[in-house]
Design a protein. Sequence first.
Length: 130
Amino acid sequence: MAVVSKGEIANSVISEKSFFEGRFMVKGALRVDGKFEGEALEVDQLFVGPTGRIKTNINAINVVIEGLVIGNIKASTRVMLLPTARILGDIRTPELIIQNGVILEGRCIISNDLNQSARILIENLYNSAE
């Protein structure tokens, strides 16, 4: 078992010199220190270590990134980008934490309703105030 973060244990690990390709679905926590490429990555808790490289779309509850991600991220609770994170893709989550040093190119949609466009929610609020 590998530590994900702050004492949390990962029940699945892609280690530093490992490469995984395909579609990966994990109940529980996954730590990626190696490479993952594929159609999709679905996981409850995802931690991408400093040597981790992911090239796919991510669907998770919580995501913490120190490494590199190319693809969109959808997290139902939180995304945390640590100083060494490098992201190319859109992020959709209710809570986004970005620490100094992160490189990010993409759109960020911060909303508690991940299934509806933030633009529609905001326009509806604006129009209801009349």
